[in-house]
Design a protein around this ligand. Structure first.
Ligand SMILES: *[C@@H]1O[C@H](CO)[C@@H](O)[C@H](O)[C@H]1NC(C)=O
Ligand SMILES: *[C@@H]1O[C@H](CO)[C@@H](O)[C@H](O)[C@H]1NC(C)=O
Ligand SMILES: *[C@@H]1O[C@H](CO)[C@@H](O)[C@H](O)[C@H]1NC(C)=O
Ligand SMILES: *[C@@H]1O[C@H](CO)[C@@H](O)[C@H](O)[C@H]1NC(C)=O
Ligand SMILES: *[C@@H]1O[C@H](CO)[C@@H](O)[C@H](O)[C@H]1NC(C)=O
Ligand SMILES: *[C@@H]1O[C@H](CO)[C@@H](O)[C@H](O)[C@H]1NC(C)=O
Ligand SMILES: *[C@@H]1O[C@H](CO)[C@@H](O)[C@H](O)[C@H]1NC(C)=O
Ligand SMILES: [Cu+2]
Length: 636
């Protein structure tokens, strides 16, 4: 176990600073460092589509700054909140071993950072290499408050389990929103108005498929040299959509997913859902010229609601004065790939994209990932399962005024749409001590929790497409309920098997399910309804990929296992923002183990408890909160 160092006295600096020191680690005299960053969150005006929009960003940039570290480093990020919003930053996929305090989920792990307040995050990146990302965990603000986390091997790029790349480039797929994101969250939560983003983006650029008054939007340009290997670190930071990503005339070799290495897998298309990160090599072995890179949002077909298909386009541009290293490729060999345009001319070659309703390309892309034998790979999949939870994901209705309501003509506004797991929708209580603080100081006496059940209360044909529109079949199933803090408690070291079952209840969306603080082994997936007798046989117990975000296919299921060996309070939720705002979430509480090395240490000294650093003691604060709250049912 690595010893934690006090870095509280490291001087904050506006510019990123890297302070190196020698470690006492036994293995090769590698250098681990402290990487220090300051994130100033503020609002800036940005103009796209002829319209000035006020956006909340970090250090004036969209996407925000890259956190660039090597495995084993300690990261310090000083967040200075100059925005008018409450803020927290979540380090998506960072395991935060024994460090749940830095996980950045408001009211689950910490109080939000209020406007004009500061907060310092401190965490290590050990045992992980590849691409992760950071984002605001304030509803919808992550659309613009996000950036890449790049973790390189500690002993340098020659330690990559693949060709050392010539350059490494983050590719962040996102969305450009012209609506106020705080209002967007309210509208999603209370289902007031439908909103759409105005464009998709690649590294913050919309691309030449968008124009207004004849002025075309800039696209992201990747300048390349021929005959080189580039490592693209692809991140889906979008609120709304899965994406298909392609580069005309080039193939990808996928080498990592969720900062875990995978067996090299060659494909011409990357399918990526919100919260996922995919590392892929691209060899520039096409005839020198220009090639479009395209990010296409995908969505379920009708009868699901159809949103406009908004495509982001960038360009891979070969340097002019080079001839290809690998000889010339005959024109016909890439024309035949369905491209149009001319590689040597002004018009870049465009890739042929999958249909935007295509679910099987995403299914096969994800199904083809296998974990790579590598020293950082986690131990073998545990064969023994301690707890099994079968979780249905769907939508449902609650009565807006909390009373009973019956669907009939003219009373549609009495219903509120929510998203559920096992027919219960997650709600944060209005005022409370953050759950982690309450759990740390008061353990199992924590109130206001509602247990996530082991299985849905009713069995029905989960994936019957006849449920999708509001029809007579859905009417019998749609009523549901919201509970504060839907949660599960696990003893330290429990092996948990989760089967996520997508349902057709009022929609047929996929669901990218994200677990904080742990990686999950992805054992199997399928379309239709999960059947244990049949599907357990499909489990990959040999080399399943490990991810922090697992995509549950549309009208399908996925089975995962994880070991609850990181004490703390961890959010588990869908990474589609509309599902999260509507309550598709739960909290996993992992209890302390028997030793110091298996127990959550106390909060850092400067960690604000009960909202103020100068608060008396957490105890008094907790009691104060408890008294002022109305009693709630405690199911534990
Ligand atoms: C953004 O633009 C508006 C209107 O032009 C202006 O009133 C406002 O001060 C600007 N805000 C910032 C942060 O630049
Ligand atoms: C990240 O660090 C590596 C090694 O220190 C350096 O080569 C690279 O340019 C850095 N990248 C960024 C985006 O800062
Ligand atoms: C910001 O956080 C504070 C403290 O938890 C809370 O009282 C307030 O309502 C929050 N503000 C918003 C806009 O959510
Ligand atoms: C927050 O940090 C900034 C920059 O380091 C500093 O100027 C400011 O005084 C700090 N504010 C608070 C409330 O600590
Ligand atoms: C601008 O957009 C319109 C509508 O999307 C399109 O018809 C037109 O060709 C575009 N113009 C340019 C210059 O791209
Ligand atoms: C569920 O519905 C689908 C589509 O209507 C149908 O193909 C399937 O047989 C049904 N399954 C069961 C178990 O009834
Ligand atoms: C969900 O629970 C409600 C009661 O709260 C019930 O009426 C409904 O049938 C249940 N739906 C499903 C899909 O289990
Ligand atoms: Cu979802």
């Amino acid at each position: 176990m690595k010893k934690r160092r006090s870095i509280a006295d490291a001087a904050p600096a506006i510019a990123a600073a890297v302070i190196f020191f020698l470690t006492d680690m036994v293995l090769p005299p590698a250098i681990a460092g402290i990487v220090e960053n300051t994130f100033v969150v503020s609002q800036v005006n940005m103009t796209h589509l002829c319209k000035e929009t006020l956006v909340t960003v970090v250090n004036g940039q969209l996407p925000g700054p890259v956190i660039n570290v090597t495995e084993g480093d300690s990261v310090v990020v000083h967040v200075v909140n100059k925005s008018p919003y409450n803020m927290t930053i979540h380090w998506h996929g960072v395991k935060q071993r024994l460090n749940c305090w830095a996980d950045g989920v408001p009211m689950i792990t910490q109080y939000p950072i209020l406007p004009n307040q500061n907060f310092t995050y401190r965490f290590d990146v050990s045992g992980q290499e590849g691409t992760l990302w950071w984002h605001a965990h304030i509803p919808c603000l992550r659309a613009t408050v996000h950036g890449a986390i790049v973790i390189r091997p500690r002993h340098g790029p020659s330690m990559y389990p693949f060709t050392k790349p010539h350059r490494e480039i983050p590719i962040i797929i996102g969305e450009w929103w012209e609506v106020n994101l705080e209002e967007l969250d309210m509208d999603l939560r209370y289902f007031v108005n439908d909103h759409f983003f105005s464009a998709s983006t690649i590294n913050g650029k919309l691309g030449d498929l968008y124009n207004c008054s004849g002025v075309v939007e800039d696209g992201y340009v990747l300048d390349v040299e021929p005959g080189r290997t580039y490592l693209l670190r692809v991140i889906n930071a979008a609120l709304y959509s899965e994406y298909y990503f392609k580069i005309a005339g080039h193939k990808f070799t996928v080498v990592a997913a969720g900062a875990n290495y995978v067996e090299p897998y060659t494909t011409d298309v990357i399918a990526i859902a919100p919260g996922e990160t995919i590392d892929a090599l691209v060899v520039t072995n096409a005839p020198p010229g220009s090639y479009y890179m395209v990010a296409l949002p995908s969505q379920p077909p009708k009868p699901d609601f159809q949103s406009p298909v908004l495509v982001a386009r960038g360009t891979v541009k070969y340097a002019d004065n080079h001839s290809p290293r690998n000889g010339t490729v005959a024109l016909s060999s890439y024309r035949g790939q369905g491209g149009r345009g001319s590689p040597a001319g002004d018009v870049p070659v465009a890739p042929e994209m999958p249909d935007n309703h295509d679910a099987s390309t995403s299914f096969y892309f994800h199904g083809n990932l296998r974990s790579l034998q590598h020293p950082l790979r986690l131990p073998a999949v545990p064969a023994q399962v301690d707890e099994r939870i079968f979780i249905t994901l769907g939508l449902g209705s609650v009565c807006r005024r909390g009373k009973s309501c019956k669907r009939g003509e003219g009373n549609e506004e009495e219903f509120m749409l929510v998203a559920t797991m096992n027919n219960v929708s997650f709600e944060l209580p209005a005022a409370m001590t953050p759950l982690l603080e309450a759990q740390y100081y008061h353990g199992s006496s924590v109130e206001t929790l509602h247990e996530l059940p082991d299985r849905p209360p009713r069995v029905y044909n989960f994936t019957d497409p006849a449920l999708i529109p509001y029809g007579p079949k859905a009417a019998q199933l749609e009523m549901t309920s919201s509970k504060t803090m839907v949660a599960r408690r696990f003893r330290y070291g429990t092996t948990v098997e989760l089967v996520f079952q997508g349902t057709a209840l009022m929609q047929a969306e996929s669901n990218p399910m994200h677990l904080h603080g742990h990686d999950m082994y992805v054992l199997a997936q399928g379309f239709g309804n999960y059947e244990a007798e049949r599907d357990v046989a499909k489990y990959n117990l040999v080399d399943p990929p490990m991810v922090n975000t697992v995509l549950v296919p549309r009208l399908g299921w996925v089975a995962v296992r994880f070991i609850a060996d990181n004490p703390g309070v961890w959010f588990m939720h869908c990474h589609f923002e509309f599902h999260l705002s509507m309550g598709m979430a739960a909290v996993f509480i992992v209890e302390d183990g028997p030793t110091v090395d298996t127990s959550l240490p106390p909060p850092p000294v400067d960690f604000p408890t009960c909202g103020h650093a100068d608060n008396p003691t957490p105890d008094e604060c907790y009691l104060k909160t408890k008294k002022s709250e109305s009693p709630r049912v405690n199911v534990f």
